[in-house]
Design a protein around this ligand. Sequence first.
Ligand SMILES: NC(=O)c1ccc[n+]([C@@H]2O[C@H](COP(=O)([O-])OP(=O)(O)OC[C@H]3O[C@@H](n4cnc5c(N)ncnc54)[C@H](OP(=O)(O)O)[C@@H]3O)[C@@H](O)[C@H]2O)c1
Length: 299
Amino acid sequence: MTSKTILVTGATGAAGRSYVTAFARAGHRVRAAVRPGSPTAFLSAVEVRPTDLHDAAALRAAVEGSDVVVLALAGRGRDAAADEAAITRNVARAASVAGVGHLIYTSVHRADEPTGVPHFEVKGVLEQDLADLVEQVTVLRPTTFADSLTAPWLRDRIVEQGVLASPIGLHTPISYVATEDLARVAVASLSAEELRQHPVVVTGSRPATYADLLPLLEQLSGRAISYEQIPAEVVRRSFGTDLAAMTAMFNSAGFAAEPSPILHDLQLVPQPVQDFLRESWTPPSDPTPGAARLTGRAG
Ligand SMILES: NC(=O)c1ccc[n+]([C@@H]2O[C@H](COP(=O)([O-])OP(=O)(O)OC[C@H]3O[C@@H](n4cnc5c(N)ncnc54)[C@H](OP(=O)(O)O)[C@@H]3O)[C@@H](O)[C@H]2O)c1
């Protein structure tokens, strides 16, 4: 495959880090757009472009000369969905003006449904906006990132106290995808036209509940683990109404999905969450637990 210049926006995020790694490994020239002042030591192998995505001039400079722009963005602030819409449109407009021919967009499973979750529903609108601006768009609709299971907010209490504390219910079925597998699909979309024709649901093979995963987590962490549900009110106060709506939706409907059939055809079906955990759960004595797989929220 010819080497391309790929701009990854949101390169310090959970998905963004994996996109950077995957495109660089595949032999492409990667530019990582990061918020000015972000720590970038882990990006030493690629070109770093400090860029606030609200700054149109900086964004134009970052996008210039790119063949492909990857969007791995989450909004910040009180109205995170509106912020996400603004920065996503800013990136797409800059790409359109610069003549970039291909966008790879990180959406979410169920983006096109009335879920009542602002940062999901806004993605349904953004998917359409992007298609109006740039000719080729890969829309990836991942389920919950498996990496969130190894994130410090969840893992540290498991390892230190034997408590799995989460707002997601013990028996709520969730389909997971590791961001490294999501990134493999993104890389494949450079050459596989089929991945640019319809939104692609990217998820591992079977949904799992915490109750399903507890025995494996106990085995991997070498201790008994009890489950504790973080109350909805605490989620709302600590993380806002958007994430509270998401956890309420998960707990009432689950978040289960099947991978899009095209992933079977292209042999790109993500690994089961259990395999991801076996491979990435660091032993309790490791001083940098989960360091390579930091992630923020669960959807
Ligand atoms: N996490 C999941 O389980 C999951 C599952 C399915 C879909 N998704 C979707 O996938 C997307 C990526 O998720 P994620 O978990 O990777 O998000 P994340 O870890 O929060 O990363 C978001 C990235 O966007 C950057 N960003 C935001 N505002 C910016 C600005 N004004 N200028 C420059 N950079 C800015 C952030 O930089 P700063 O950190 O400096 O703000 C960060 O690098 C999101 O849209 C999310 O909804 C996530």
